[in-house]
Design a protein around this ligand. Structure first.
Ligand code: ZN
Length: 194
């Protein structure tokens, strides 16, 4: 579907949704709400139209060292596919390169690519780990994600302070307990700069 047609169709459905919720859609505050919600939803789910390989777009560099590379505290904003409500938090990524490394901004872009979809946190975590491993043929990858889910905080069990943690460890991060421990230690005890 062409983007303009898609936006129009979603806006129409949001209008119907507001009516079904018992809203008076003629009141001023709701005048442009269908269009705004349509734009917002299409942005927040736009990752499905992105190819993660295109997102990386060649930002893979040669490296001689095979140290562990860690990126901490990457912001995550996604939508839970069960309630269409946001979950958000941060994730930490580590990998051991074998000859290739990923441009650091690309990891953040990959997070957005997979997060801007209807998701569950477990799958988001696994997809990110898989894609990083594939992109640089990493010897091992670890992803830990900590998120708050509005579907738990605003409704349901109404647990405002619970944080869900998911992890995905591949390759040496999975097979070697010391490598995994080093990763966990680095993401927990890394210094906060700035
Ligand atoms: Zn949910």
């Amino acid at each position: 579907m062409r983007p303009e047609n898609q936006k129009r169709r979603v806006a129409l459905l949001v209008r119907q949704l507001l009516q079904a919720l018992g809203e008076d859609i003629t009141r001023e505050g709701l005048h442009k709400t269908p269009q705004r919600v349509a734009e917002s939803l299409l942005f927040l789910t736009g990752g499905v139209n992105q190819n993660p390989r295109r997102v990386i777009n060649g930002a893979v560099f040669r490296s001689h060292a095979n140290n562990m590379i860690i990126v901490r505290n990457i912001e995550v904003y996604s939508l839970c596919e069960h309630h269409l409500l946001p979950f958000y938090g941060r994730c930490h990524v580590g990998y051991i390169a074998s000859k290739k490394v990923l441009g650091v901004s690309k990891i953040a872009r990959l997070v957005d690519c997979f997060a801007r979809r209807l998701q569950i946190q477990e799958r988001l975590t696994a997809q990110l780990a898989d894609e990083i491993r594939r992109a640089v043929n990493a010897e091992g990858v670890g992803v830990v994600m900590e998120c708050r889910h509005l579907c738990m905080m605003m409704r349901g069990v109404e647990k405002q302070n619970s944080i869900m943690t998911t992890s995905s460890v591949l390759g040496s991060f999975h097979d070697d307990a010391r490598t995994r421990a080093e990763f966990m230690n680095l993401i927990q005890n890394g210094e906060n700069v700035g």
